[in-house]
Design a protein around this ligand. Sequence first.
Ligand code: EPZ
Length: 416
Amino acid sequence: MAGFRICGGEKIEGTLRVDTAKNAVLPILAASVLPQEDTVLTDCPRLGDVECMRGILRMLGCESCWEGDALRICGGALSQGEMPEELSKRVRSSIFLLGPVLGRLRMATMAYPGGCEIGLRPIDLHLSALKRMGVRISEEGGMLRCDGRDMHAADIHLDYPSVGATENIIMAAALLPGRTTISNAAREPEIEDLQRYINAMGGHVQGAGSPLIVIEGVSRLHGVTYQPMPDRIATGTYLCAAAITGGQIELTNARPRDLTAVLDKLRAMGCVIAEGEQALYLSAPERLQSFDALQTQPHPGFPTDMQSQMLALACVCRGASVIEEKVFENRFAIAGDLCRMGANIRVTGRAALIQGVERLHGAHVAAHDLRGGAALVLAALAASGETLVEDVHLIDRGYERMEEKLTALGAKIARV
Ligand code: EPZ
């Protein structure tokens, strides 16, 4: 498997344009089977997860092709709702297809998506919502068979504001006659983007970004050319690269309002941050100050997808920090690798206590998950000596050509 070789100690300085958001594109790719015509996603990122989703769509009869930086999906060609076991097990985002395939074909079959490094990733909230909408779901040998012939609009309450469950219900209801409501809905910006996309195709979704979402089903949706939102987690990750190396960075195509909780913590650590309409500028101190305590929460709380990056920053800041991971049950896997780089971290359950050290040193480490892998790169940028990060295909799932972007910003990093 490929790796990154990083010589630490260089400041990250310069300008970077933020890519389009992976976690907006994935549900939109799923929703692209709803309209009768094609969807063209402009400025679509070339990511591992996008290619996996294309593979599943192809199996369902929907070809897609690159047109420069745009991706064209022939969603109207959806011909069957049986997702192959090996693909739907391997790719978690296949769960996003359950709602739209049911919405279009009223039938869907897929394997129970597996868990992953950061947790069990159950789908009970997805399934109980679909059952509430009249879908009959049976499990046979790890396969989920969903019969939606009697599907109907419904008022759904989510016990937990699950991002994926909220998106699945919106997509299942978009073509369903009547009014479906979701209370205690997730409020992530990517859900607002899905709403914008569906409404651009003639749908009637309202309330995304708030805890109450209302979907008025329509009889058909037409094709569209759509530009999804910028990636708020990639934005936060590259801000952290400048922060941990005492550098400075300007990010264009950024949306500061999507990551206020992250900006708040970086300012508490001593970073000076200026916000533009579509840009962000960060200048870091020579050495970061501890943020004291941090708890991950559903949006607009601190995003769990930025927790690993802040763990890396906490390792080298002045003072002690506490991080509580309240969203996923196992998201401190990189603590062991960071300790091998000289960090002082104690993990007890869902909390990590970090005592900042002057400097980390290079080591041979490996990514366990997407955001943990990105955090190890951040730590390596600030460490003395050379670090080898293995299994960077996990990083490629969510960051396009990270090593090229960091090299352009002054880092000494190469893919090996
Ligand atoms: C989305 O995952 C994101 N993925 C994740 O980003 C992100 O970490 C997560 O939302 C939280 O913000 C995509 O958008 C593709 P959830 P999702 O359903 O939808 C529990 C990344 O690195 N839960 O809000 O799976 C679940 O176990 C990825 O880009 C249930 O119990 O997140 C977790 O503890 C990682 N039952 C919590 O809710 C369910 O039916 C949040 O999960 C569903 C979820």
